[in-house]
Design a protein around this ligand. Structure first.
Ligand code: SAM
Ligand code: SF4
Length: 458
């Protein structure tokens, strides 16, 4: 085979899938593939899939349908499906999509370059969905190269042992396992050396990092990451409320690079529903953790996930979710309509909520949060916020409201809010990207803030 061949990678799903796609890209470029941005011109198409909700799974098969047409035009094209749906369905996807060449599961990412080479030489159809009881590391080179990015995800653990009754993760990503601190640190160092300034450490429950393996604990890992020279910011997700420790709460004040933001998914405001979800905390216990976080760190940004329409969720249960959202006054949240997942016990629970009712409840949650986010953003007007600059706005805002014609940049606050600000290019150039700037916030909108660099104020 003559290289360079081209690969198009399509990612559906969460940050972990984004991270896995970077490993996939790194491994394939190492064996000579070049990344392209359209499937039409690719020799190899990889779809990295998500099974968390039914909708994500439907996207997989509609994307594959499109690829069938391309394969008819170019029978040499290799098509591979990886990620959570691949893990869940295995060989069954080959039956459903006869034009598919390769199915690789969540633990097979490190073996993908070899699998692709096998398909290239044998032309056969392969399935690798073996689940391993040790972490399948990819070499550091396989974190794909960085272009004009400031921020990257780094998975510190995989799998989950919590078995929330609605969730497919333990079945498609396996049991919880932590990567060694040395691996994590050397990967972050390599990212920093290539220009990355912020990392988000990923795990389904970062608070249990290292416990099974007897590695250092999560606070210690954060402390070691904080010591990496050239790294400016650290974020992490997700912390399970049942395991949020005093030690972790204390790190927000102890570590200068750790952003004061926590994503603490509550899922429901009703203790009865939380118990049916197997979340292992009550409404009061959750609120008590929020109070401790705010005591220790009054300006911390708090975000959450909510599931509406879990089986058996009554109007009263749902009202408790709305009242909890109001009480906590989240900075932002992600809300989802409950969907049955294969293997997850809640798929067999009685008293399913209708799609119409779920959609109605979702709109109520989103509407309430929109108001709360707007109020939170308004409260930041006149404050000084340190933003990590991520880029230049392609469309310059020259509206009456701003009367600005200078380039407009954007970045994020420690609380993950987007801030736009004008600054003449001659003062900054592209060197702005990846730097920290103090911005005085002048205007607040529902989804962003607007301000000016403090040094410009005179
Ligand atoms: N490990 C994280 C935790 O415990 O909060 C969550 C990870 S999961 C990938 C992301 C979110 O998807 C969950 O917090 C939940 O709100 C949502 N989710 C998971 N299963 C779902 C289902 N069956 N239906 C609807 N939403 C679901
Ligand atoms: Fe799923 Fe629960 Fe594990 Fe999060 S903690 S990944 S919701 S089983």
């Amino acid at each position: 085979m003559i290289y360079p061949k081209t690969v198009y990678i399509h990612t559906i799903g969460c940050q972990m899938n984004v991270y896995d796609s970077e490993r996939i890209a790194g491994g394939l470029t190492h064996i000579g593939y070049r990344l392209v941005s359209e499937p039409e011109s690719a020799d190899l198409v990889i779809l990295n899939t998500c099974a968390i909700r039914e909708k994500a799974e439907q996207k997989v098969f509609s994307f594959l349908g499109r690829m069938a047409g391309l394969k008819r035009k170019n029978p040499e094209m290799i098509i591979g499906v990886g990620g959570c749906v691949a893990q869940q369905e295995g060989r069954k996807i080959l039956d459903r999509a006869p034009y598919l060449d390769l199915v690789f599961g969540t633990h097979a990412v490190s073996r993908l370059p070899i699998l692709v080479q096998q398909v290239e030489t044998s032309g056969g159809r392969l399935v690798d969905v073996a689940i391993s009881d040790v972490i399948q590391e990819t070499p550091v080179y396989s974190v794909s190269s960085v272009s004009e990015q400031t921020s990257r995800f780094v998975t510190i653990m995989q799998g989950c042992d919590n078995y929330c009754t609605y969730c497919v993760v333990p079945y498609v990503r396996g049991r919880e396992m932590s990567r060694s601190p040395e691996r994590i640190l050397s990967e972050i160092q390599a990212l920093v050396d290539s220009g990355i300034r912020e990392v988000t450490l990923l795990g389904q429950n970062v608070n249990s990092y290292g416990k099974k393996e007897g590695l250092c604990d999560f606070s210690e890992l954060l402390t070691r990451v904080n010591g990496i020279e050239g790294l400016l910011r650290i974020r992490f997700t997700t912390s399970h409320p049942k395991d949020l420790s005093s030690d972790l709460i204390a790190t927000f004040n102890r570590l200068n690079k750790l952003c004061k933001h926590i994503h603490l998914p509550v899922q429901s405001g009703s203790t009865r529903i939380l118990s049916r979800m197997n979340r292992k905390y009550s409404r009061d216990q959750y609120l008590e953790k929020i109070a401790r976080l705010r005591d220790a760190c009054p300006d911390i940004a708090i975000t959450s996930d909510i599931i509406v329409g879990f089986p058996g969720e009554t109007a009263e249960d749902f009202e408790e979710t709305l009242s909890l959202i109001r009480q906590v006054a989240y900075d932002d949240l992600f809300a989802f309509m409950y969907s049955d997942r294969p293997n997850a016990p809640a798929a067999h629970f009685m008293k399913k909520i209708s799609e119409t009712e779920k959609a109605e409840r979702l709109q109520q949650v989103l509407g309430l949060q929109e108001t709360l986010t707007y109020e939170k953003n308004q409260s930041l007007v006149n404050s000084h916020q340190v933003v990590l600059v991520e880029g230049v706005n392609q469309r310059m805002n020259t509206s009456e409201a701003f009367r600005e014609t200078t380039p407009q940049w954007y970045g994020r606050t420690p609380g993950h809010k987007i801030v736009h600000f004008p600054e003449p290019a001659r003062l900054s150039g592209s060197g702005n990207i990846g730097s920290l700037k103090t911005i005085r916030i002048e205007k607040a909108f529902s989804h962003s803030l607007w301000g000016r660099p403090v040094s410009e104020e005179g």
